[in-house]
Every structure is written in structure tokens, then in C-alpha cells.
Ligand binder design. Structure first.
Ligand SMILES: Cc1cc2nc3c(=O)[nH]c(=O)nc-3n(C[C@H](O)[C@H](O)[C@H](O)COP(=O)(O)OP(=O)(O)OC[C@H]3O[C@@H](n4cnc5c(N)ncnc54)[C@H](O)[C@@H]3O)c2cc1C
Length: 391
């Protein structure tokens, strides 16, 4: 559906970026959207939908062509994430986890052998990935992680439990953070590339009230041997790896939030102009119009901030920590607020299985947790602004 917002959304995109937007949108609407509800109801992971991304290059937008990827610019990557998330949280998450968190970390901190081994497989869709960060005792305070890495001859033994792990049951590579020295807190945190088929790994269900189709999992590790080739960066230097990964990760999550916020608006508009009450279209009532206007403003405000961040990255700003927090915080809150408004416009039908908007609420809410909660980003922004924390 074309709306007057399209002109504003696309205004300062290059012709190539506009082309990518319309190509991803057309693909997502015809090849993914029709199956999402079915997958959610069946709790079925959308493997076959993910494979459709491969020939179009959407699995590797941050991976250089020499490793089989389709790397262009960061803005274009954001547009791909936005448009995929507009129709499906899970498919967008596969792209964003694999690119922002995993491939990007390998590119920034990996050895030539790690790049050659993993990047082509991520780009060609034969190796999905998971980021294993969160633990039962907490996800926000990563310096307190309990998963331990013990040095042994030729490698490391990892023991601990990670929870909430997206894609874990289907992944061919885990990006794991563990501590080599818990007393050293963040200076003990170390990043590893781990084969999920390694002895000592077991994957259990982690049942959620939402995103049944993501098959979120617990990953238990008991003396899992990771050879030296699996160390990503240096021992005790996992926090810089995480910092760089999350910096780009927050950009792609924010772009996904814009896609979800836009979808809520897309669904509310036709409903408001088709549904009637008191002999007129509900879209003619001022209180419904208020919601439409709020949703429009939130979506575009979040988009502008996300695009600004993308352009900063394309201009060579390697780390944009405060800006990433601003984008992630504002865009995730916009997605949640738009889902609530879209449900309200739909009345009780907003919570029926017939309509998509009810599902979008919990999916949007989950984006307020992943890659830093709203509270964490609020705290970071204030600390940057007050000079308590340096960029
Ligand atoms: C759908 C979904 C998918 C996910 N996928 C993954 C994944 O693939 N990999 C992965 O590793 N994790 C994943 N997560 C986990 C997510 O990253 C964590 O939920 C998040 O980091 C928060 O951790 P927690 O849930 O343990 O909350 P806690 O850290 O226990 O925090 C609880 C509450 O306290 C607040 N809080 C904590 N510290 C502070 C502070 N200093 N100041 C103010 N408030 C504070 C938090 O903001 C939050 O509101 C996923 C989560 C969801 C919902």
C-alpha cells in the first residue's frame, strides 16, 4: 500500500537503496508473509523461508563479496533488515544476528582461517548462527557472566548455560562469550566460535509466550572443548568484540523496529477506513485519527534516527555507541507504541487470531530486551551526555 509517508521515508535514499527497498518488500510480501502465521501456530522454524534469502544475497549484506557475501553499504543493510522485519521477526533476526553479531565479529577480530571457514557458509545459508550471551542469572550485566572457559592443552573447556538463544536448534555456529577469570569481571570475558555439534553441548527448549516459530533454546555446555582456532580475538578481550558487535547489532535491531512500527501503521490504515461505527468510518473519528497521526510520526522519527546512524557508519564512524543506544531505544519504543495503537484501532479484533496486530505486540516488546534493554540504553545515553561515560 502506498501512502504519503513513502516519499518522506525514501526522500534521501540513493536510487540503488530505493531499488533494494522495493525489491526486498516485494519479495518479503510474496514469499514470506503468507506463511508467517502458519509457522507461528505450528511453532515451526521457517528454515525453507530463510533459504529463499540466499540467492537474493540477503543472507550476507555485511559480508564482502570475496567471501560470497553481497556487502554494499550499512544503510542498505538497515533497509534489508527493516523490510524483512516488516513481515517477519524471525527471518529478519536470522539476517541481523548472522551479520551484525557473528560475521561482523569475525571480520573485525577473526583470523584469516576463521573468515575463510565461516563467512562463505553464513552467506550461502548453509550455516545459520546464534549469539550465546544471556545466562539464567542475567543478560544485562554481562560482566557477571558465569560461563567459564578453562585453559587446557590446545584449547579451552567451556562450561555454563545460556538462555533465550534464538535459532540455536538450527545453527551451525555459536558465537559464545565466556569468562576466563570471573574475578576480573569484564576483563575476563572472552569470545569463542563454537561448533554446536561439539561433545558436551545440549540444547533444550526455552518456551516463550511469543515467537513460538523461533524455537528459542537453552544451550548447556559441560566441558565443551573449543580448540585454539575457535578463540575470537584474545583471551580477556571479549568485551571489545561484544562492544563492536552490539554497536552494529543495535543498528540492525533498531531498523527491524522501524519495520515493525511501519507494519502496524500499514495494518491500521485500511482497517480504519473500512470499519464503520455510528454510520461512519472509524478513521473519521478524531480519536482514531490521533492514533494514526501518532503512529505516523513515531515511525518516521525512529526511521530518521536509524538512517542517520546508518549514514554515520557509512561515513566511517566505526563506533557510534550513544547514537546506537538512541536509535535502539527510540525505535523499539515506537514499535511497541504502534502495536498498542494498531490493536486499539482494530478494537477487540486486534486480539483475535484473524488479525496480525495482536501478534506484533509481544514481538515488538521482545525488541525492547534484545541487545540491551530500554533501561540499559536510557542509562547509557544519560551517562554519555553527562560525561560519565566516553564514546
Ligand atoms: C525474543 C527474545 C530473543 C532473544 N534472543 C537472544 C539471543 O539470541 N541471544 C542472547 O544471548 N540473548 C537473547 N535474548 C535475551 C535478551 O538479550 C535479554 O533478555 C536481555 O539482555 C535482558 O536480560 P534479562 O532478560 O536477563 O534481564 P535482566 O538483566 O535480569 O534485567 C531485568 C530488568 O532489570 C533491568 N536492569 C538491569 N540492570 C539495570 C540497570 N543497571 N539499571 C536499570 N535497570 C536495569 C533491565 O532493564 C530489566 O528491565 C532474547 C530475548 C528475547 C525476549
Amino acid at each position: 500500500m502506498n501512502t504519503p509517508l513513502d516519499r518522506m521515508a525514501d526522500f534521501d535514499l540513493t536510487p540503488e537503496q530505493r531499488e533494494v527497498r522495493s525489491a526486498v518488500r516485494a519479495f518479503a510480501e510474496s514469499e514470506i508473509l503468507p506463511y508467517v502465521e502458519e509457522h507461528e501456530r505450528a511453532g515451526r522454524y521457517p528454515l525453507e523461508l530463510i533459504q529463499k534469502l540466499v540467492p537474493l544475497g540477503y543472507m550476507g549484506p555485511l559480508i564482502p563479496p570475496e567471501y560470497g557475501g553481497s556487502r554494499s553499504d550499512v544503510m542498505t543493510y538497515g533497509i534489508v533488515c527493516e523490510e524483512l522485519a516488516r513481515v517477519d521477526w524471525v527471518v529478519a533476526s536470522v539476517v541481523s544476528v548472522s551479520n551484525s553479531l557473528v560475521a561482523n565479529s569475525i571480520l573485525n577480530f577473526g583470523s584469516a582461517a576463521q573468515m575463510e571457514r565461516w563467512l562463505p557458509r553464513i552467506a550461502d545459508g548453509t550455516c545459520l548462527t546464534s549469539a550465546c550471551l544471556t545466562e539464567p542469572d542475567g543478560g544485562t550485566d554481562l560482566a557477571s557472566m558465569r560461563t567459564l572457559a578453562r585453559r587446557v592443552s590446545g584449547g579451552w573447556l567451556l562450561s555454563g548455560t545460556k538462555i533465550f538463544i534464538s535459532h540455536a536448534a538450527h545453527a551451525g555456529l555459536f558465537f559464545v562469550v565466556a569468562s576466563v577469570d570471573r574475578d576480573a569481571r569484564h576483563k575476563g570475558v572472552t569470545a569463542f566460535l563454537v561448533d554446536p555439534a561439539s561433545e558436551g553441548i545440549s540444547i533444550g527448549e526455552f518456551p516463550m509466550r511469543t515467537l513460538k516459530r523461533d524455537n528459542l533454546a537453552e544451550v548447556h555446555m559441560q566441558d565443551v572443548f573449543v580448540p585454539d582456532e575457535g578463540l575470537l580475538g584474545e583471551p580477556g578481550r571479549g568485551f571489545p568484540v561484544l562492544g563492536a558487535a552490539l554497536d552494529t547489532g543495535r543498528f540492525s535491531v533498531a531498523a527491524r523496529c522501524v519495520g515493525q512500527a511501519q507494519r502496524c501503521l500499514d495494518l491500521a490504515l485500511p482497517y480504519a477506513m473500512n470499519r464503520e461505527a455510528f454510520g461512519q468510518k472509524i478513521g473519521e473519528f478524531q480519536l482514531v485519527q490521533q492514533k494514526i497521526a501518532d503512529m505516523t510520526c513515531r515511525t518516521q522519527a525512529a526511521r530518521q534516527i536509524v538512517y542517520q546512524l546508518g549514514r554515520m557508519k557509512d561515513a566511517g564512524v566505526a563506533r557510534a555507541s550513544m547514537e546506537s543506544s538512541v536509535a535502539k531505544l527510540m525505535a523499539s519504543q515506537a514499535a511497541v507504541a504502534n502495536a498498542l495503537d494498531a490493536i486499539q484501532v482494530h478494537g477487540g479484533h486486534g486480539l483475535s487470531e484473524e488479525y496480525e496486530v495482536g501478534r506484533l505486540l509481544l514481538e515488538a516488546k521482545s525488541l525492547e530486551f534484545g541487545e540491551g534493554t530500554s533501561e540499559l540504553h536510557t542509562k547509557l545515553i544519560a551517562e554519555f551526555m553527562l560525561g560519565i561515560r566516553a564514546q
